[in-house]
Design a protein. Sequence first.
Length: 641
Amino acid sequence: MTTPAKYLFKPPPQFSKRARISSFAEYQRLYEESIRKPSQFWAREAGELLWEKRWKKVLDWKPPFAQWFIGGKINVAENCLDRHLNGPRKNKAAILWEGEPGEKRTLTYQQLHRQVCLFSNVLKRNGVKKGHRVLIYMPLIPEAVIAMLACARIGAVHSVIFGGFSAASIQERLADSKAKIIVTADGGYRRGQIIPLKRNVDHALQGSHSVRRVIVFRRNYADIPIHEGRDVWWHREMEAVQAECPAEPLDSEHPLFILYTSGSTGKPKGILHTTGGYLTGVYSTTKYIFDLREEDVYWCTADVGWIAGHSYVVYGPLSNGATCLMYEGAPNWPEPDRFWKMIAEYGVTILYTAPTAIRSFIKWGDHWPARHDLSSLRLLGTVGEPINPEAWRWYHHHIGGDRCPIMDTWWQTETGAILISPLPGATPLKPGTATFPFFGIDAAIVDDEGREVLDGTEGKLVLRQPWPSMLRTIYEDKKRYKKQYWSEVKGCYFTGDGAHRDPEGYFWISGRIDDVLNVAGHRLGSAEVESALIAHPSVAEAAVVGRPDELKGQGIVAFVTVRTGIPTTPALRKELREYVAQQIGSIAKPDEVRFTEALPKTRSGKIMRRLLKEIATSGQVTGDITTLEDFNVLTQLIPEE
Ligand code: WTA
């Protein structure tokens, strides 16, 4: 069975004519070639970058540990900046920035380069050496990018923490990374409020820690305490250094960054990415999937605290010499048309955002985008979760004016770069599917025994071959890396996602099949929220599950048993929700807290989250409950009609 032509969105002929890959047949031919000889494909892509020393061998694969471009020396910051200074890009805008209150800044490649060199020297002056970890906890301002690139320039390893995370989350990441330096700001803006970043850092640094220096950027002149001897001001430090700082030639496998993300167990995992392979992956995918042109104004709305911000706000577009728009604040501040206003004003040509944002736009009403001229847009993208076909169609019509192809891009913090996505001039689109694997990506859908399933059957999404931008390990925890990703399906990387392929080979990704939640496109482990709840003195036990949510994709429901004698009041319910927000950040705040006398467990003591999920979603249980220890528990959990 094939899809009737009316359901397919073919690439507009005008678009295909100019595109790098201009027909589906060309994609197929190149894809097959890239799967037969992946090293050849990736070497060609890597060859477009600037190497201080060329690699000797493309891949060394000792499963599950990969090394790419062995023997090569390269610097990521040099590829994102210096490389563009010898030609017309020198005075091209690298960053167009707007703060939430409305300030505007433009940094050309030359200016960004200078700032990065200065800040590299600030880091050195404050004792940072190659291999040291630097935590970056900043609002979405150019200085966040400057700090990241400065680390890359001198071979320090950055670990960016999303500004919405709490002091406790900073503490946890500090304990794992043992960073000696934190770069932060007095505050940032979100929906008109000041986010007290520096205060959160101060809270995180109560008690013992590894930090010697906190570098503070002055963003909103918030009144903050300064700890003499530990805290220094960004602007003062910048005045004390020279602007010359040669880029350090780094081994291709030198660590570039650690980014913490949620897994199915309690503690967030430090995903480690390295230099040459990561850059090759993000450079190549940005080039082909967004089909970047010199004159594009490219806007990825992600925060640098997430992987999308690393790969497609900073490293992918800058290594391609693109002009990137960055906006600090909320999409509905001061009104729900902030994005559309900015698109019209800056002439944005490529917009890359999240399905959860699109669903909010739908809710706020069609009249908001209709007020603005969005005709500069030529390409749209989404990432973070499956996009429901209704949201896809709305995005296509109301934002893309029925003319812009939509790139539904599937990938993960661990994959570093986009792995499954259409190509804009080549792939006929169907709303709701990320379509086909990128060049060199051997994606498959398998059953529990690791056998490929038939088209139309749901299975586990796996990757059968290594790729350059893959994570190398979990920071300082090879055992967990092996177990987490390489033990579920023999010889394959297991993504944690479920998927099926339709008769035409399109990949439909349904979302996580492990205990990871995806709330508004942000990953959270159920175990992580559970441990936050259990830390509260009134709580004896907790189990956390997701339930479908129209806006956020998934909402969080927490089942809680309290300690004996504690009254289960509405006030406690409220307190527990707030408590989780304090422990992790407000994205983790449960939508609902349900008190229960016990939790359903298997005879071996495992919480049966599947049952709880059903109860949270439909209020009923239909599945197999033969392993349940105590049936009474279930009747207590199901609310009376
Ligand atoms: C989900 C975000 C369906 C998926 C870059 C994955 C998606 C998780 C898509 C990774 C998509 C991301 N279609 N699902 N286009 N993109 N996901 O690490 O469940 O924050 O495993 O990386 O998001 O989330 P992460």
